[in-house]
Design a protein around this ligand. Structure first.
Ligand code: ADP
Length: 662
């Protein structure tokens, strides 16, 4: 009897595997629909809504890595206490996830009286060291389920799916609108208008202004024109064919220069050519017609063991107003597999001049990183006796160790990279704001524009892959920004970094559970005794969306005038600390500050790059500093988190009760 059951179970597994294989083949035949990251050729277009009930591991991340694979179970109730209320087509109807219901863990706020967020801890299989879990509390097991939606419009990465499932969420179709997290392409106007205040999506509408090589150059070039050298963070570019004559003149002026031509919306090094200024007539005629961008080639890259490398830095934006930027402390270093030379006769060698993984993995000399097998912990693991990188991909940690060994200042480089990231994001804020309003159909609404369902400036977040090259003077140069960076787990190194990244991002974003999931144990999540704050109030106020743009302006003026008053009154100022500006904060300003600090306290491996204590140097780059940015800048200048240790805070500021970061 038992063995018959077992046989039936195995048969079901085999049939399921066959089904998956067919699905995989079908997907692979589908052509990509739009540009995605260099290491991510897998953007797939499948029939809409065709597999949205699926929530089992897909095996398309290069390697069939199965973090927490839950074998599909036969039909049957997942929860015993409540009758399922699921509609056909949602997870649980066709493929129940397993005998045990998924468990949600909540992360308490560091402030008294503020609601928790869902905690996305790391899967064991990704081998990342777990974040401190002392602020974690289990959600009420009898509470309602939480949902996510991952559409077919983009590739399904193990790192994303595993973390969402591990966090306790179930998958539903996007159209149900029952999800709290939407992982898809950019939200459409119809979708965004239906967003409720607690729903979060992984893209801002309009971020192609950042992701397209021609558009990002246009945005950065505008800033270069206004601010000169301090905005020279990316090589000089010319958008062809329009700027062909300008480039031709530059080429003739700089006869020793090297150039690199790239298609605007391609990736993986596809279509790229490196050229000298001495271009044959025929090629010139070709370039004069082709759409693309031509950039100054950086001829003096920093080399390790004679090889060129670039860095993939993961950047997370939680909102553009206030600008909230986090940088992952881990990233990837990608080496060219041939020794570097800037001699003109080598320019055809893609494995010498391009550092893309997709280009170099084709070289038999490509070496996988042994990270995950203990190698990365050894101080000298990065290079062999001849000074050659032992692997063709490093973690940023390995680069840090290498810099220390070579007495190079990594911290200075890191600061310069943060500056580059902040300047890049400021340069695209205007067009993104315009797209935000356009998508919501509210002209001139600014970031205060809200959707009829409750979409607000904090509804979207985005993970960017910044590709950065360092030259021999240790200056970082931005090569491009990927708005859909590859989250593929093709090697243990990639799996560790990217799975942890996704978990950290989702915890940081703040997925708010329905109160029914935690209200039974209010004391464990510091629910206020007075009960005068509700989770939705909190979300809305946190996003600064309860007040209009006009009101924001009035408040900004009040703050600026207050500060000016301090500046004029020299005697008064001499005896005062920056705290004085903060003393003008009202409830809304404090709500912005409290939310920002709470986010930083749950940021895991993500470092808050903006707002920052030296934020005043960026004020000039905005046409007009917004109220929200002003508030957070003043808070940072006044001491940032140290403020919450003060006993003199206004009565409406919640008390910080936990001081350890997770
Ligand atoms: P793709 O999106 O196709 O990967 P990138 O702009 O990232 O295009 O360029 C691919 C590779 O070419 C980079 O990883 C880098 O090694 C090299 N590269 C790109 N631009 C430059 C440049 N201006 N100077 C030197 N090398 C460059």
């Amino acid at each position: 009897m038992l063995s018959r059951r077992r046989r039936a179970f195995h048969l079901r597994r085999v049939m399921l595997a066959a089904g998956l294989w067919m699905k995989l083949r079908k997907r692979r035949r589908c052509a990509p629909t739009s540009r995605q990251d260099s290491e991510n050729p897998l953007l797939t277009a499948t029939k809409k809504g065709s597999d949205e009930t699926m929530d089992v591991e897909d095996v398309m991340d290069g390697a069939p890595s199965d973090d927490n694979f839950e074998p599909p179970q036969p039909r049957g109730p997942v929860r015993s206490r409540k009758p399922p209320t699921r509609k056909p087509g949602e997870e649980g109807d066709t493929l129940p996830s397993g005998p045990k219901p998924r468990k949600i863990q909540l992360l308490r706020s560091v402030f008294e009286g503020r609601p928790p967020v869902v905690l996305f801890s790391y899967t064991q299989a990704c081998c990342a060291e777990q974040r401190p879990l002392d602020r974690a509390v289990p959600a009420d097991e009898d509470g309602p389920r939480m949902f996510y939606s991952h559409t077919d419009a983009i590739h399904q990465y193990n790192a994303v799916i595993n973390i969402l499932r591990h966090g306790g969420l179930y998958r539903v179709r996007a159209e149900t609108n029952r999800w709290t997290v939407l992982w898809s392409l950019h939200p459409t106007p119809e979708q965004l208008q239906r967003f409720s205040p607690v729903q979060r999506a992984n893209h801002f509408p309009g971020s192609y202004h950042l992701g397209r090589k021609d558009l990002i150059w246009r945005n950065l070039a505008k800033m270069q024109q206004r601010f000169g050298k301090e905005y020279q963070i990316t090589p000089q570019g010319y958008i062809l064919p329009k700027a062909f004559l300008a480039w031709d003149a530059a080429r003739l002026r700089q006869s020793d220069a090297l150039w690199i031509w790239k298609p605007c919306s391609q990736s993986c090094g596809r279509g790229i050519t490196v050229l000298s200024s001495d271009v044959p007539e025929e090629q010139l005629r070709d370039l004069a017609k082709k759409r693309g961008i031509i950039q100054r080639y950086i001829p003096n890259p920093l080399l390790i063991g004679g090889r060129k490398f670039d860095m993939r830095i993961y950047v997370v934006v939680l909102s553009y107003d206030p600008l909230k930027v986090f940088i992952n402390d881990e990233g990837l270093v990608r080496f060219a597999t041939e020794l570097y030379s800037d001699a003109v006769e080598t320019l055809q060698s893609r494995m010498m001049h391009l550092t893309n993984y997709s280009v170099n993995k084709q070289n038999p000399a490509f070496v996988q990183n042994l990270d995950g097998q203990g190698e990365e912990e050894k101080e000298d693991a990065g290079v062999d006796e001849a000074g050659q990188p032992k692997a063709s991909k490093w973690s940023l940690k390995e680069l840090r160790i290498h810099f220390a060994r070579e007495s190079l200042d990594f911290d200075a480089l890191w600061e310069a990279m943060k500056d580059l990231v902040i300047k890049t994001l400021i340069s695209v804020e205007e067009p993104l704001k315009a797209d935000w309003c356009k998508t919501l159909g509210i002209e001139d609404g600014g970031w205060s524009a809200r959707g009829p369902g409750g979409a607000h400036r904090g509804s979207c977040f985005e993970i960017y892959g910044f590709d950065i090259l360092v030259d021999r003077s240790l200056k970082p140069w931005l090569l491009e920004v990927n708005i859909c960076p590859s989250l593929s787990s093709g090697s243990p190194l990639d799996k560790r970094i990217k799975t942890k990244l996704v978990a950290d991002v989702l915890t940081l974003v703040g997925v708010h559970p329905p109160a029914a999931l935690w209200k039974l144990s209010p004391e464990s999540v510091h629910w206020p005794a007075s009960g005068n704050v509700s989770p939705s109030d909190d979300n809305e106020a946190a996003a600064g969306c309860l007040i209009s743009e006009d009101e924001m302006r009035k408040r900004a003026l009040k703050l600026v005038l207050g500060t000016l008053f301090l500046v004029q009154d020299q005697l008064y100022l001499a005896g005062q600390s920056p705290q004085e500006a903060v003393s003008l904060f009202d409830e809304v300003a404090w709500e912005l500050v409290v939310e920002a600090h709470d986010q930083e306290m749950r940021s895991g491996g993500l470092e808050m790059a903006f707002p920052c204590p030296n934020g005043s140097r960026y004020v000039q780059y905005w046409g007009e500093e917004s109220y929200c940015n002003l508030v957070l800048r003043k808070w940072q200048e006044a001491g940032g988190d140290a403020i919450f240790r003060s006993k003199k805070l206004p009565p409406w500021v919640p008390r910080q009760v936990c001081f350890s970061k997770t």
